[in-house]
Design a protein around this ligand. Structure first.
Ligand code: AMP
Length: 144
């Protein structure tokens, strides 16, 4: 399965982003309100400057306490995140996520942000594919 198919299955909504100068408290509010675990960091909504995960905030809270909420997104984000293209396969994405121990991957097309896939998207797409394959095999065996 290709990343482009996973994106189509998600309905192609706009990627939720944060700007580097946003406060961590503001980014945390977006994560909570939109019920997501990561934000692509971009000033113009198109070029990718980093990624901020809820884990970055939790780690900083544990290390420095609530003062980190006054930090800027740029202070806690991971720069140069690993990205994928629409032509990559779900297996390639899953391997990179597993090896890198992260759950979010921005999708880039022509150097611009074109979407985001999470480990949840990849696993759910894989499960539907397995279910379709199972139905097809059962159909063949039962002569349906
Ligand atoms: P996650 O599991 O995606 O919530 O993130 C775990 C850690 O990996 C955090 O420090 C993130 O900033 C970082 N991270 C998340 N996504 C990526 C990515 N695509 N490339 C590199 N680092 C990432």
């Amino acid at each position: 399965m290709l990343v482009s198919q996973i994106l189509s299955g998600k309905g192609g909504g706009k990627v939720i982003t944060a700007t580097p100068d946003m406060l961590i408290s503001e980014a945390a509010a977006i994560l909570a309100e939109r019920r997501i675990g990561g934000l692509v960091v971009s000033t113009d909504g198109s070029s990718i400057e980093g990624i901020l995960s809820e884990r970055d905030i939790v780690r900083s809270l544990a290390a420095r306490g609530a003062t980190c909420l006054e930090d800027k997104v740029a202070d806690l984000m991971t720069r140069n995140p690993v990205c994928c293209s629409r032509e990559d396969t779900s297996d390639q994405v899953l391997l990179r996520m597993t090896e890198g121990r992260f759950r979010h991957m921005p999708v880039v097309e022509d150097g611009k942000l074109a979407g985001i896939v999470t480990i949840g998207d990849v696993v759910s797409a894989r499960l539907s594919q397995l279910s379709m394959e199972k139905d097809a095999l059962e159909g063949m065996i039962m002569g349906r």
